[in-house]
Design a protein around this ligand. Structure first.
Ligand code: ZN
Ligand code: ZN
Length: 407
């Protein structure tokens, strides 16, 4: 890929994605796949007047080695210096940039029970720091190609060809055009108009149906609103958490989901695939989960903690979105969730509550925002997806028809 185009993309991530501020620290999380691109992002962050940029490298095969050889006790311990580091981030609020490129099944064969247990041990300690930072930090997730990932998306091609093809797909969906910043402004305005329409309906429930058997009703929180595109941090800084993004999403009311949903794309959870699955809900809780591939892992995911069995997100994405139109299956949630309607199990987004900046996290959760250590999107959208909104004044308004917006 041409360096000038990559430079545009790096600038988009820093300026439009994280919107790095003068004097702000920046954390960049990256795998080892694209060190030169990571360098560009770091440089762009400094050009945006960042104070200090720190790169935290990750390498999936090493993760496997650690989980294999370390005891559960050491994997599940948060050391004092780590706590101090977390507190430092709470005090300094660095912008976070995640550059993902991992192999969708790069952790295949790992002891998932051991990893799940260690995460359950660590989470309560890290949670207090995460809650302190909630809504205050700008963050963005964007993707770069990794060799194994590219081979998975474009099987049968040479690695170099597959990598180039994946770059093209990433840059296309990220709207890296002649003028990416302008393209994003227009895109954000479109998403906002969709959300405004939905928010004016006064939706009480969403009813999802599809030819594959999906028939699910989900209750809404009266105080919650559909959000999409960029958002504003508590510090008043506008940023784009996902590059790309095509969704209008809301956090549903915990405890109100009835019926069954069928997945329409595979889900990569902890580096392993779950495919062709269904989840049945009663009183908001996932009570039965079946999968052709990865059923045990799916059930491990749902039982990570109490909130993992409840919904945290309903997101609407039309089948004619640019990502869906690309016809590619990315095996990566950032892309696949923006190509189809999806739900998420686990943590809900407190910032979908109207006027959330003037409410505490506890107040938002008391309104019905779910809380969990997981937030896992899974795709349910398809060409026959139909969604009716049942409004608080008793009307039924079709908002999705044959997989696309009905308004
Ligand atoms: Zn989503
Ligand atoms: Zn999500």
């Amino acid at each position: 890929m041409k360096k000038t185009v990559l430079r545009e993309y790096a600038r988009l991530i820093v300026r439009c994605g994280a919107n790095v501020q003068k004097g702000q620290d920046v954390l960049v999380y990256a795998d080892l796949d694209q060190p030169e691109f990571v360098q560009m992002v770091v440089e762009e962050a400094y050009k945006a007047k960042a104070r200090e940029v720190t790169v935290l490298w990750n390498y999936q095969p090493l993760e496997k080695v650690h989980v294999r050889y370390r005891s559960l006790k050491t994997l599940g311990t948060v050391k004092e210096w780590e706590k101090a580091r977390q507190q430092h981030y709470c005090d300094t609020l660095p912008a976070r940039i995640h550059l993902i490129s991992e192999d969708p099944d790069g952790l295949k064969g790992m002891n998932t029970q051991k990893l799940a247990k260690s995460r359950q041990m660590i989470y309560p300690i890290l949670k207090s720091y995460m809650d302190q930072r909630e809504g205050k930090q700008q963050w963005t997730i964007a993707a770069v190609p990794g060799a194994a990932w590219a081979k998975k998306v474009f099987p049968g091609m040479r690695v170099s060809v597959a990598m180039e093809k994946l770059w093209e797909a990433i840059l296309f969906t990220a709207r890296v055009t002649e003028d990416p910043v302008k393209a994003w402004q227009e895109h954000n305005a479109n998403l906002k108009a969709r959300c405004d329409y939905l928010n004016n309906l006064g939706i009480d429930k969403l009813h999802f149906t599809a030819d594959n058997g999906t028939d699910l009703t989900v209750g809404m929180i009266p105080e919650a609103i559909f959000c999409g595109g960029g958002e504003t941090s508590r510090e008043g800084i506008y940023f784009n958490p996902n590059i790309p993004t095509e969704e209008c999403f809301i956090s549903p009311k915990r405890g109100q989901a009835e019926g069954i949903v069928y997945s329409t794309k595979p889900l990569s959870y902890q580096g392993q695939l779950i495919d062709n699955f269904s989840i049945r809900f009663e009183n908001g809780k996932a009570v039965e989960a079946k999968a052709e591939v990865g059923e045990e892992l799916l059930n491990t995911m749902i039982s990570m903690d109490e909130g993992a069995a409840y919904l945290g997100e309903c997101a609407l994405v039309p089948q004619n979105s640019p990502i869906a139109q690309s016809g590619l299956l990315f095996y990566n949630t950032l892309f696949d969730e923006n190509a189809a309607c999806h739900l998420a199990l686990g943590m809900g987004y407190a910032d979908t509550i109207r006027d959330h900046h003037n409410k505490t996290l506890e107040e938002c959760r008391a309104l019905g925002i779910n809380d969990s250590m997981i937030h896992e999107d899974f795709m349910i959208g398809c060409d026959s997806m139909h969604i009716d909104a049942i409004t608080r004044d008793g009307r039924t308004v079709t908002i999705f028809h044959k997989g696309n917006w009905a308004f």
